[in-house]
Design a binder for this molecule. Sequence first.
Ligand code: IMP
Ligand code: MG
Length: 184
Amino acid sequence: MNALLQNVDRVLISQEELQKRVRELGAQISADYHDLNPLLLCVLKGGFLFLADLSRALTIRHGVDFMAISSYGNSTVSSGVVRILKDLDTDISGRHVLIVEDIIDTGNTLAYLLENLRVRQPASLRICALLTKPARRQVPLHIDYVGFEIPDEFVIGYGLDFAEDYRNLPFIGVLKREAYASSP
Ligand code: IMP
Ligand code: MG
């Protein structure tokens, strides 16, 4: 863990703040989706810890399913290229679908995903994002549930990676610039 921690510039959102906000979101979503048996659609890989905690914060019946999408490769800059690496197992037609995302940056990934999912005719389609960087948005998006708005900095931890590292950090941290400037 120390090798990971030495590349963290600072903690942006602590473990306690994350847990408190996830509990609040869980309560709100439980109230909004009461009796609707929503499907939580986790966008892998970054959303895996958020989904795990959010699911446990819900007091209502719900399903979970996973989609893997690639937009970045091993870079901190959006390539604009979106690929589906793993599709859903569930037929979402007529289902109330809540997309669970780690972070919305330019919005390109989500815009693509929304278009792809709408064709499958879910009963409703909403977005829950742990983090959003509004300053970076290239596509206008309405995000129904937001954990935290953050500044334009590259963050890691609580599921978010840089080149597959740092996902296990229990907080959201800002990565030191030299940590990605020196990466191949
Ligand atoms: P977008 O298409 O630009 O909105 O990018 C969305 C995806 O890029 C997220 O789901 C993340 O996987 C990744 N991403 C964007 N910003 C960050 C960041 O600060 N840290 C880690 N991953 C990020
Ligand atoms: Mg993501």
